[in-house]
Design a protein around this ligand. Sequence first.
Ligand SMILES: [Zn+2]
Length: 215
Amino acid sequence: MDYPDECPTCHFSIRPRVRGNNFSENTLNSTYDSDVYLLMECPRPECGICFSAKYQESERRGNTVDYEFYLLQEATLKDAFHSEVINKTSDTFVEIYNQAYHAEQQNLDQVCGVGYRKALEFLIKDYLVSIKPDKAEEIKKNFLGNCINDYIDNPNIKLVAERAVWIGNDETHYTRKWTDRTLEDLKTLIDLTVRWIEMEVMTKEFEKKMPKGIK
Ligand SMILES: [Zn+2]
């Protein structure tokens, strides 16, 4: 059986210690190809982390099954939930937001804030282009702060979006203006912006579907 030759955490060349597996009689008796997992430990005293490796069946002779190393089983990253309305308003926002969220889950705290700030720009500009298509070119070229000021009519969206930009800009600049505000505040303000936009889009859809004076 081949073992992974590099520790996934300290990246030293190692021969891992095998600490366990999920191999069972059922695996052997099964007529299907089945994967098995081995729990391994990095033998370096400075590291010592455990990780699991996935093996795939390579050959079967009578009661004997050979397995070959397939991959290190890594944790998968979660996506954030965004509604249909937001996906339709700006799929780029959803994509960038999730990349920032993935960075955050990996503790990449120096870049996830910048990612959230960029996501916010796409959310607001795509939303504005959707409600003011005749102003699309100006909106795309203009600074985000100016777009919020000049083109957002809904006072609630304006209030939360401009504050999200204030904190978001701090994530991209060398010095911070809002030193007592955190990444969590930025995420909360983006979340509020998302919800106000959702409410406005959905409200307008009902206004359109059920205009006054028809019945
Ligand atoms: Zn290691």
